[in-house]
Write a protein that binds this ligand. Structure first.
Ligand SMILES: Nc1ncnc2c1ncn2[C@@H]1O[C@H](COP(=O)(O)OP(=O)(O)OP(=O)(O)O)[C@@H](O)[C@H]1O
Ligand SMILES: [Mg+2]
Length: 209
């Protein structure tokens, strides 16, 4: 079983959005997947209530109970767990990072977001977690090339000394529309650009083990 944690101390960077889209894609690929929602806002659980499908499972959990829950999920035969974490909660984030095989720090490409990831980077470094940064809600590529904002964000991220996913995720209405009725972009518009980006991100994640 592999555990992937979506983390950012800043609110609204896209942790839940990426978590749910990746979880649905992994499920479509035949993996036994569960989303562990340790955010008291419970956005992933609300999405699951709107969803028509039984999979992926979404389980609410207090960060303090994480290690017990992970053992239980392993016994259920899960292949992949996605941990969706709360912002502004360094203690819970540290517990989630410690439990994860891979932490994805989610940031938007704007300067205020990039500066704010310092807190998240401190947490993963202290826990010694394998981790990388994923840029989300980026201006879409222009003629197949990533925009200057995204290229500059990559440069700015060098100071943290963490890998940055070569695939960034664009700001696309499909990412929020799909979630309205409990779906994900690969179900909502399988051939669309948003679905393509999630598949590219997943393919890169698979190279990280
Ligand atoms: N790539 C994207 N394209 C379009 N909208 C996006 C994208 N990523 C996130 N959003 C939107 O941004 C908002 C915040 O996203 P989300 O709730 O996933 O962030 P979060 O990091 O989980 O927030 P919180 O810190 O409150 O848990 C939502 O309205 C979501 O639909
Ligand atoms: Mg969230």
């Amino acid at each position: 079983m592999r555990t992937i944690c979506l983390l950012a101390q800043k609110g609204g960077t896209g942790k839940t959005t990426l978590c749910l889209h990746l979880a649905v894609l992994a499920d479509e690929l035949g993996r036994n997947v569960a989303v562990i929602d340790i955010d008291p806002q419970a956005s992933a659980r609300a999405w699951k209530r709107r969803r028509q499908s039984d999979s992926p499972k979404v389980v609410g959990c207090d960060a303090r109970d994480l290690s017990k829950l992970l053992g239980k999920q392993e016994r259920k035969g899960r292949d992949i767990l996605f941990l969706d974490t709360a912002p502004h909660s360094s203690r819970d984030a540290a517990m989630a990072a410690a439990a994860a095989d891979l932490v994805l720090i989610v940031s938007r490409p704007a300067i205020l977001d990039l500066e704010a990831i310092g807190e998240s980077v401190k947490i993963v470094k202290k826990q010694g977690s394998r981790s990388a940064v994923v840029l989300n809600a980026c201006p879409p590529p222009h003629r197949g090339e990533e925009t200057a904002i995204v290229a500059e964000a990559r440069d700015a991220l060098h100071v943290y000394g963490l890998p940055v996913s070569p695939t960034s995720v664009s700001q696309r209405a499909a990412f929020s529309h799909a979630l309205i009725d409990g779906r994900a972009v690969t179900e909502f518009e399988n051939e669309g650009k948003a679905a393509g980006e999630i598949r590219n991100l997943w393919n890169w994640i698979e190279t990280q083990w």
